[in-house]
Ligand binder design. Structure first.
Ligand code: ATP
Length: 324
């Protein structure tokens, strides 16, 4: 191996830069040349490659987002698009690509590997929905941002006797909402994987008030059947009977921003180093992730098109804790 490329794709996640830095430095330490691809798969198709150096990736460890940029590319979903990307890669003799991203990005990585091009994926998405890694780059930072919002909302909710609902990201995966709900002490957690009726949220909040709490709050995942908008509509429709107001805050992209936590920087550095070690031993077509604390590889064909299930024990724990 002499020359590799690295790209970030799909939604950006805090810690991606630490992974870029680790791939670059570990690759150069092996005597390889490392190229950064700008704007994900769109840059691969356009041949937007720039050489990365040891010094060139200085000062990015603590930055959120991705210095390589990220994009969503419809063209890469077509065979023509991928053939263009392959042509560009061969033009400058790149022998393998490291793809840092979530589910969609790893599906693209698999498609490229099926065209006999060596790829290695790195598990990176705030959604934590990837099979092949217990936790993915960006999740810890996103969770900490959600917790900060919860702590602030609790203060204002206590002052006004209002129920609050925080909507967090995660597409169809409820991990962020569940983990933020448990860590933040939510009275109600609404996630796509376990359907509940709006009346159950009302009851949870009512119990909190009856116990003498001055506030009640819940966390809802954006992909839940009853998301924040629908729950608010239910509360206002039944306002007279329910007897208290519901206010919502949607974190949206705020959750992706900011400085990556120590955990995300460490995880991303280990996964970046793991991707280089994987390529060095000639293994490709795999996702590098972390399972039970170890850096592991899982064939991409076992990763794509699946969603990691949430931990039912964590959901049960949330229910026990909110009864106190
Ligand atoms: P996140 O979950 O953090 O938002 P993601 O990697 O799942 O990230 P997507 O937008 O789903 O983000 O996918 C990123 C890119 O991966 C797409 O824009 C597309 O270029 C590529 N991709 C997705 N699905 C496929 C596919 N079936 N074949 C080829 N490429 C794909």
């Amino acid at each position: 191996m002499k020359r590799i490329a690295v790209l970030t794709s799909g939604g950006d996640a805090p810690g991606m830069n630490a992974a870029i830095r680790a791939v670059t430095r570990c690759g150069i330490a092996k005597g390889w040349e490392v190229f950064g691809v700008h704007q994900g798969y769109a840059g691969l198709i356009a041949g937007d490659f720039r050489a990365l150096t040891m010094r060139g990736v200085s000062g990015i460890l603590q930055q959120g987002g991705t210095v390589l940029g990220s994009a969503r590319s419809q063209e890469f979903k077509t065979e023509d698009g991928r053939l263009k990307a392959l042509w560009e890669l061969r033009q400058i003799d790149i022998e393998a690509v490291v793809i840092i991203g979530g589910n969609g990005s790893q599906t693209g990585a698999y498609a490229l590997s099926q065209m006999s091009f060596p790829v290695v994926g790195i598990a990176s998405t705030i959604d934590n929905d990837l099979v092949g890694s217990d936790i993915t780059i960006g999740v810890d930072t996103a969770l900490n941002i959600a917790l900060e919002a919860i702590d602030r909302l609790k203060t204002t909710a206590s002052s006004h006797q209002r129920a609050f609902l925080l909507e967090v990201m995660g597409r169809n995966c409820g991990y962020l909402a569940l983990a933020a709900g448990v860590a933040g002490g939510a009275e109600a957690i609404v996630i796509p994987e376990i359907e509940i009726e709006p009346e159950e949220v009302v009851q949870s909040f009512r119990r909190a008030y009856e116990k003498g709490k001055s506030h009640a709050f819940g966390v809802v995942a954006e992909g839940a059947r009853y998301n924040a908008e629908k729950l608010v509509a239910y509360f206002s429709e039944h306002q007279a009977r329910i007897g208290f107001e519901l206010r919502t805050t949607t974190l949206g992209h705020v959750q992706r921003g900011g400085v990556p936590t120590a955990y995300d920087r460490l995880l991303a550095s280990r996964l970046g180093a793991g991707a280089v070690a994987t390529l060095a031993r000639g293994e490709t077509g795999v996702l590098v992730g972390m399972i039970k604390g170890d850096i592991t590889t899982t064939p991409l064909e076992q990763v794509i098109g699946k969603q990691k299930p949430i931990d039912p024990e964590l959901f049960d724990l949330a229910k026990v804790l909110d009864r106190q």
